[in-house]
Design a protein around this ligand. Sequence first.
Ligand SMILES: C[S@@+](CC[C@H](N)C(=O)[O-])C[C@H]1O[C@@H](n2cnc3c(N)ncnc32)[C@H](O)[C@@H]1O
Length: 294
Amino acid sequence: MTPSPNDPTPQHPTPLTVGPAGLPPIPPRIARRWRARWDAQQQRYLPRRTERFEVITDALTLDIKRPDPLIVDLGVGPGSLALHLLDRIPGVRIIGVDADPFLLGLADAAREEAGLAPDRLRLVQADLRAPDVLDRPELPEPVHAWVSTTALHWMQHPDLQRLLRSLGAYTAPGGLVLDGDHIYHESKQALFDAFTIRLAGLDAERCGVHENEDWQQWWEAVAEVPEFAAHLAARDGVLEDRHGEHGPARLHHYEQALREAGFADVGTIWQYGDDRVLAARRFGAAPSAPGSRG
Ligand SMILES: C[S@@+](CC[C@H](N)C(=O)[O-])C[C@H]1O[C@@H](n2cnc3c(N)ncnc32)[C@H](O)[C@@H]1O
């Protein structure tokens, strides 16, 4: 049965925390340091990353009126956005999905350290490219908003479009998609592709983050930490074949798939170069508290 937007909190018949199966927990004090290093590393590429988080948070707060929204973070990584939302939206419940058991391990340590109730942050290891990725008992319906940051651009457009098209069936009427990511221009125009690369570089210099540790340095440093050995072994090959024949998705790939999924309003609500927040809202009234609408 399809739940209505006024249904109370969905019931979870399955275990609440899935997490990186069979792996030892990462000690929270170690994880905390590496999450901070992750954020600095990501900021090298996205000087306005925190502003992007704020835009997503503001959009959720403005549009979703219910006190306990269920939000799914696609490509949650070590949990940066999820933790930001948990801090800013009191009753929010988040399911973080990611394929990487090590990054999920860092997020799991944050959950542990913050003493979050099991239904406030649940972590699910899954590959978003799998056609049935949303047909999982850990993903209860209805979802009030899907969020994502710097993750979906990893997917080739056929996989990305299949994922986006499948969101509609799991979304409450009026539910949102808010994706903060590198979303490229309509067609491969040299001028705009060059602009976006140069803009990000200039902005990073202006913000003083251009010399932060880079992606490769971060992963090389991670590989030296004995407490991470089991998680790193488990992530071997998990997303290795992500570069394929199709090239990155462009704006129209996102917009088209979301419209096909029943998201009526689709558009960019914030942008700097190719760094943008794409928003979409499903047909129907915005999710609100049970009993608060006629
Ligand atoms: C650059 S990181 C961003 C992580 C986090 N959202 C953030 O902003 O810090 C990209 C994330 O997307 C995840 N990811 C990429 N492709 C994926 C896929 N096909 N399935 C699941 N997770 C994926 C990666 O494992 C990684 O955690």
